[in-house]
Design a protein around this ligand. Structure first.
Ligand SMILES: Cc1cnc(Nc2ccc(CC#N)cc2)nc1Nc1cc(C2CC2)[nH]n1
Length: 325
């Protein structure tokens, strides 16, 4: 029967996979840290350890009622997106689901390296070599979603988790709490997302699409390479004006050492007209991603130990011959 995709939520009617929801207490199977290590508006995240296997997970506890409104269908949507993504190495994996009278609990893969946001706070900027390696993984995760017509709608450094200590880590996308199924003919217009990363169409109440994620990816790369967001104003209103103005600049003091290829990549995403932005597949074919960072000193990431000056060389496997620079 016709399923109402109107709001872009995936329901059990059109999700091919089933997810067993356990009703017994989480603490029967896991020891759970009392103190959450992360909090969102409607969820808290606690470290939990499986009593039998000793494996650590992140338990995301989500309240089923928000301001007296039942939002279980939104939580079930997030669960179905996570379930469909369980085989993508660049998306945080859902292990199992519990439900109590007040909460749904996602037992999720633990990424011990924490948020990419912390690295930005500690490092200011990231080398292009590392940035392109991480962006390739993020773009592969977004490709997985876009191939299934799922828009994440909240791509930002806080939702990009590292698997180990930076810079020798991998990165995984998390938090599908405001993601939406973008299906032909239905128009979703909702104010979503985080001010600095939100796209012009969202601010102008235009239809949301997969291209909305591509705008956020452009903002993300700008931030990774400069440590600053491109449109932030003194007030939210000024930020929103800057976003819809289409004015983008690369101040010399921030982008002096950044390659033209990187700036070209950003410029092809931070375009106010959604249909003119690169798609995620076009991003993976862009020369900055294919050759990114190789143009600098290729050993820029070598770790020289202080005691004996040995050079730890990591085996480099060339996936495909590309002509770079
Ligand atoms: C070490 C760590 C530190 N900080 C966060 N923050 C964080 C960011 C976004 C969301 C939003 C969500 N979802 C939740 C927590 N997550 C961590 N590891 C996780 C977190 C997780 C799963 C995603 C919860 N696995 N490993």
């Amino acid at each position: 029967e016709k399923v109402d995709y109107q709001e872009g939520f995936i329901t059990k009617d059109h999700c091919p996979l089933t997810v067993p929801v356990r009703l017994q207490p989480l603490t029967d199977t896991y020891t759970v840290d009392p103190k959450p290590f992360a909090r969102g508006k409607f969820a808290t995240v606690r470290r939990c350890r499986n009593r039998e296997t000793g494996v650590d997970y992140a338990a995301k506890c989500i309240r089923k009622r928000r301001r007296a409104v039942d939002v279980r269908h939104e939580i079930m949507h997030e669960m179905f997106v996570l379930k469909q993504s369980e085989h993508c190495p660049h998306i945080i994996r859902l292990h199992e689901v519990y439900e109590s009278s007040t909460e749904v609990i996602f037992v999720l893969e633990m990424a011990v390296g924490g948020e990419l946001q912390r690295v930005l706070e500690d490092h200011e900027v990231i080398s292009e070599k590392v940035a392109t390696r991480l962006m390739r993984q993020i773009l592969e995760g977004v490709t997985f979603l876009h191939e299934r017509n799922i828009a994440h709608l909240d791509i930002k450094p806080q939702n990009l988790l590292l698997t180990s200590t930076f810079p020798r880590c991998d990165v995984k996308l998390c938090d599908f709490g405001i993601s939406r199924l973008i299906s032909k003919g239905t128009e979703i217009r909702e104010i979503l997302g985080t001010p600095d990363y939100v796209s012009p169409e969202i601010l102008q109440y235009e239809p949301i699409s997969l291209a909305t994620d591509m705008w956020s990816i452009g903002v993300l790369v700008y931030v990774l390479l400069s440590g600053h967001t491109p449109f932030t104003g003194e007030t939210k209103q000024e930020t929103f004006w800057n976003i819809t103005s289409g004015i983008l600049d690369f101040p010399e003091e921030l982008f002096g050492g950044v390659s033209n290829d990187a700036k070209d990549f950003i410029q092809r995403l931070l375009i106010t007209e959604p249909s003119e932005r690169m798609t995620v597949k076009e991003c993976l074919r862009h020369s900055w991603i294919r050759c990114g960072g190789n143009l600098e000193n290729p050993w820029s990431d070598v770790v020289l130990s202080s005691r004996n000056a040995k050079v730890s060389v990591f085996s480099v496997e060339v996936a495909e011959e590309v002509t770079c620079g």
